[in-house]
Design a protein around this ligand. Sequence first.
Ligand code: F6R
Length: 618
Amino acid sequence: MCGIVGYIGKDNAKKVVIDGLAKLEYRGYDSAGIALLDRGNLEIEKIAETEDKKKSKILQLDEMVGDKYKDAKVAIGHTRWATHGAPSVLNAHPHISNDGKVAVVHNGIVENYAELREKLLEKYNIHCKSETDTEVIAQLLSVFCAGGMNPAEAMLEATSMMKGAYAIAAIYEGDETEIVGYRKDAPMIVCHTDEGSFIASDMTAVLKYTKDVYFLEDDEMVICRADSMDIFDRNMNKVQKKAFHVDWSIEAAEKGGYDHFMLKEIHDQPTVLGDTLSRRLTSDGSIKLDGIKLSLEDLNNIDKIYIVACGTAYHAGLIGKHLIEKWAKIPVEVDVASEFRYRDPLVDDRTLFVAVTQSGETLDTLMALREAKSKGARVLSIVNVVGSSIARESDDVFYTWAGPEIAVASTKGYTTQLMCLYLIALHMGLLKGTITDEYAKGIIGELKAVPEKVERLLEKERDIAELAKEIYKKELIFYIGRGLDASVALEGSLKLKEISYINSFAIAAGELKHGTIALMDKDTIVFALATQDELAEKTLSNIVEVAARGAYVVAITKEKNEFFKKESDRVLFIPECFDEVSPLLSIIQLQLIAYFVAKEKGENIDMPRNLAKSVTVE
Ligand code: F6R
């Protein structure tokens, strides 16, 4: 989704903002731009369609601007992920008012922009030039300033008329003293250092300067100056905030010698899974959950758990349901956030709402959380980004500690979410007495062995790269499995389609014969997951059925299941493990398959088309 960076201070503002935008590229964008105050003059440069498709647009924007404006000390920049109007220079941000006095960057959607456009036309004879919702903000700010308001007053006035979600930064011609920012339902961080003040959509843009950032809350406004920074509420009262310290290193947000962030993040998994687990184990090996205050009494007051999330995080939630129901014997429903929030779910004060999210900013998940909270539910979130909106609005927060995830396709985000769900489910089971200490120790022993087993799988990635060469031209790929494998199949299929654009879908193996098997023929590839001991033979029967229809079958099973070789064209083995923890291993194979197939196809792996890393609009 769109990314915002703003800087005011003693450094070269163009450089600071362009560097920051480069760090936000991972969020996904199709055009970009920067507005600067050069000796008080408002200058704007934008880029959309480019000749060189392989080269980053931010790099091309940088080259386009070249040495111009190197004395500018104030700038705002933007990466746009088109919503209203096609990607074009006209629609790219920053948007400037018709009188050339105000430049604005915006993330989110102004839902009533059509009505505001009409108002601007009727009342002030102002025609908007672009197709965007954002331009109305620039026009409104300039109208209010022309009417005598100062920039902060104009921002409050304009936002009082706007509906929707927005993070905004604005600068004014002739005023090199401040940048004004505003947030409602869209992420915005701010910080101040000796170099000056910064505004950004997320902390990766400012990691180079500081690890202490402030998160704006809804309806807060920031005024950034070179030597200070103040946050206000809508009544212009100053808001005192605590800075969030983020212990992400700059290197963690770099490729570290890998061809792609996705491959690097796949390889990060042994380390981050080890960290996520070890931070929650005491020296005697028992579980100590930071951030979760749920007591036995609290659990006894819960009739039902909803796990709500989107995409990959939703797939993690499906595994979580299985674990919590099995170990803690509490009924769990899993829902995608965009459905949950609009279906008047049966939630009350005896409901525990669990949000799972890497970014902590996914708008649908955030709105679902607010919906559940308003109905009295207690909210626990499993989040990667420290201090993100969902983390801040939850009663209990359990961080995944995956470090920055830059590739759009989530890998370590997913596996660390799973690790957290294992720990929470065990914790609940132990509290309720529905599992014994001994049983939990057995599972913890298995979880501790996961990082080394993942290493072993990664050492064999060449085999998967070879397999990718055989299948990358196929047009239809299925993922099947039973029990936990059915949920992993969904995630494997999503990984493949989002970065390789191959049509793929996942189905519970037992459901095949109720319709979908009609699609099987000699051109179909089937990845069949069979890691659950009790279900392996049943999945084997499904393999036989699809193979009989000509499908090429790649089975994924445990090392001991040599017999799968007979019925499958290929077998990818995972190390021996308890059935419950196999998702942490089998998904590694599927992540690698998606990666190498996309690589073989020459796709833009880290930034796939049409996708954004952090989905901050509906
Ligand atoms: C897929 C992927 C998405 C996200 C989804 C939710 O690889 O990354 O499906 O999982 O957009 O994002 P978060 O976890 O940030 O709420």
